[in-house]
Design a protein around this ligand. Sequence first.
Ligand code: AMP
Length: 298
Amino acid sequence: MMDMIRDIKTLKQTIAAWKKAQKSIGLVPTLGFLHEGHQSLIERARQENDFVVVSIFVNPLQFGPNEDFERYPRDEERDRKAAAAAGADMIFMPSQAEMYPGPLHTSVRLGGITERLCGASRPGHFDGVATVVTKLIHLVEPDRAYFGMKDAQQAAVIMTMVHDLNMNVEIVPCPTVRDTDGLALSSRNVYLSEEERRQALSLRRSLSMLEEWIEQGIIHADELETRIRRKIESEPLAAMDYVEILSFPSLEPIVSVSDWTGPDNQWIAAVAVKFGNTRLIDNRIMDRVEAERRRSHV
Ligand code: AMP
C-alpha cells in the first residue's frame, strides 16, 4: 500500500521509523502530473533502495511572475496510480502553507552554473529549485535522489550544490525518456496543439544531426549552434529562446566540441524553444573524445 502524506510531522515520523530499521531511502522530487519519464526515475529508485518517496509539489519559488504556476497541470488521482505502478512507497504532497508557512529568510543560491541557459531566461528559477530540493533532502533524508537528464542543467546544479555543501546524498542522473515520435516527455506537452507538437519534433531532430555534422568535420560550437537553430527555426511556430553548446557539467563556453581546457570531459548542446505559450527544452550530451573520434574517421 502506498502512503499519501501531506504534512511534515507524519512524514518525519515515517522517515524516523525507516531510519531506525536501517532502511535505505530513494527520493524522486517532481512537480506532479507524472508521466513515464518520472516513472523511470521511480523505477530506478525502486531497484536501488528499500523505500521510495515521490514528492509532488508545484513549487512557487521556481516559477517566474509570467510563467505557468497557476495553470501547471495537476491530477492527484492519476499521479497516485502512476507512482504506485512504478513502485513508490509514499507520495509526499505538501500544501504551499506546509512548505512555506511564513516568509522565507533563507535561500540556496548558486553562482556561475545558474547564470546560463535556462538560468538566463528564467532569473531566480534555479535558486527556487535549489532551495526546495534542499528542504526536501532535509525532510526525507534520502540515501539517493533521482533527477532526469531532460533537465540537464538542473541535474548539474543539484550535483554542484550537494558537492559544495557536503550534503549526505547521492545524486543519480537518469536518461531522458521520449515518446515514440522522439519528443522528450514533459508535463507541459499537454499544452501543445497538434500542429505545435508536430513542429516540436524539430528539437530532437536537430540534436540528432550532431553526429553527422561532426563526421563532416564541423566541430565549432558556433557553427553547430547555427545549424541547430536553422533547423528549428524552419518550423514557423518555433520561437527560439536559446541554442547553446557548453562544456558539461560546468557549463563553460567552448569554441570546439573536440578540444577545450578545463575539467569537463563532456559537452552539452541545449535548446529551449517556445511554441505559443509553451516552453520546451531538450539536450544532447556527448563526450569530448567521442567527438574527436568521429571527426578523425572522416
Ligand atoms: P518535473 O516534474 O518536470 O519537475 O520533473 C521531475 C523530475 O523528473 C526531474 O528530475 C526531471 O528531470 C525528471 N523528468 C522530467 N521529464 C523527464 C523525461 N522525459 N525523462 C526523464 N526524466 C524526466
